[in-house]
Design a protein around this ligand. Sequence first.
Ligand code: CA
Length: 524
Amino acid sequence: MLNRRKPQIFGTAVGVFLSFLTLSANAAERPNIVFIFSDDHAVSAVSAYGSSLVETPSIDRIAAGGVRFDRAYVGNAICGPSRATLLTGLHSHANGFYSNEWSGPFNGEQQTLSSLLQGAGYQTAVIGKWHLYSDPVGFDHWDVIDNVFEQGTYYNPAFRSPAGVEETTGYVADLVTEKSIAWLEHAKNEGRPFFLLYNHKTPHRDWLPGPQELRTWDESALVDEPESLFRDLSGLTAARRDARMHIADYITDNDVKLKMGNTLTPEQAALWKQAFAEGNRQFEEASMSEEEELRWKFQRYVKTYIASVQSMDRQIGRLLDYLEAQNLMENTLVLYSSDQGFFLGENGWFDKRWMDEVSSQVPFLMEWRGHIQPGTTSDALVQNIDFAPTLLDAAGVTPKEPMHGVSLLPLFKADPPPWDRDLYYHFYENPGFHGVARHYGVRTQRYKLLYYYQNDEWELFDLVTDPADQVNLYGKPGYTKITQDLKKRLQKLQVQYQVPETDPDVAWYHGPLVRMVEKLMLWL
Ligand code: CA
């Protein structure tokens, strides 16, 4: 089974007692910032978090050199909205980017982390995945993955920059890293601090490992199945029963490498065949039961996912090696996180979107030498609304407009403040891929309450006794007072963040269009 760590619910708000040095306003002391940001990387696939699936030695270096946040979450577990929150420090309703599919281009003219840092004299760059259907604003340099869905391809992706669209040859994690190091090579000599958003596409669907992982692919090696791979969902809320998340029904042949995408060069295609062709032949010739087929697809899915993580991790190591070799680590705040987590077979599912722990929790690591004690952990409840305020605080920059998040730097003081806080979550993308119902909810130190407002259904989870969100306690005897309290907390957050009572309109054709594309993907 997946060896997910249980969240540390009790104990001090912060497990770190550190010597935080107050930053002076002296520009010369302002740190460089390198934010390593990946796509759909679940906590259960990071070895610094105790993964039983994969080793991530490079990412783990940041944990070893700094702090590992054990309860970091996003407020809307879907790609574009999470990135809009990173840039604005605001929940989706306040930055206007609710959904990948129907929000339109991100409004970069609003207050953003990049514009504020740029205005304060930072050199700013974003390289890699962007996924906001706009050209980046507030970046001196931008070179982002380009295609119609803003996803790009694992091999030979196109990039978009002010110079136009560039076609490339190579593996995406390698290319993003080469471009990032090339920019750092320039930025390190400019005499001003820099901010680099180093954005990986990996390990987003459709999970294609790099050349080294293809060369060493071992079809016979198996990963452990999660306990809930064969879970019967029939007794659950309609929101869960009706979601189109199941590996058995919705993962495509392209996802599990029964078919090869058409973006590979002949040399790359030969590597792909070397890895997968014999396993595919055996699959096609076998007469599998439904259970065996799910098992086989689960293995292909999770193994290509973790192999993609390894391909990315090696490149992250390359970038960290560069920072070390250039003596930049001493004055660079290095962060690692992802835009959300991912279901790796739990409930029989793949994908994200839910407020469930596996989906809304993210790895979050920060290394800042002289400021954060190496090898420490924090169980403070933190959220991606806090990323921008934290980085601005480190840079000594005050936002002009308030943000929803708060700086996390006080957690590293010798005497950290009490951290009594609830987190707000709101997912809007319905109609949308995977048919996940709109829901909002509150996550407290111990409980999680979700409301599917299209269905008028509630769920309540006790994360101490049930860290994997499996047992809905809503309406069960003994939970009336707890539920009332959680509803009050939820309402309080909606007032605090000024969440509108009605969601934005979605075009009438959106639902049928999404279903058509989903069917097409399964058929192709
Ligand atoms: Ca994502």
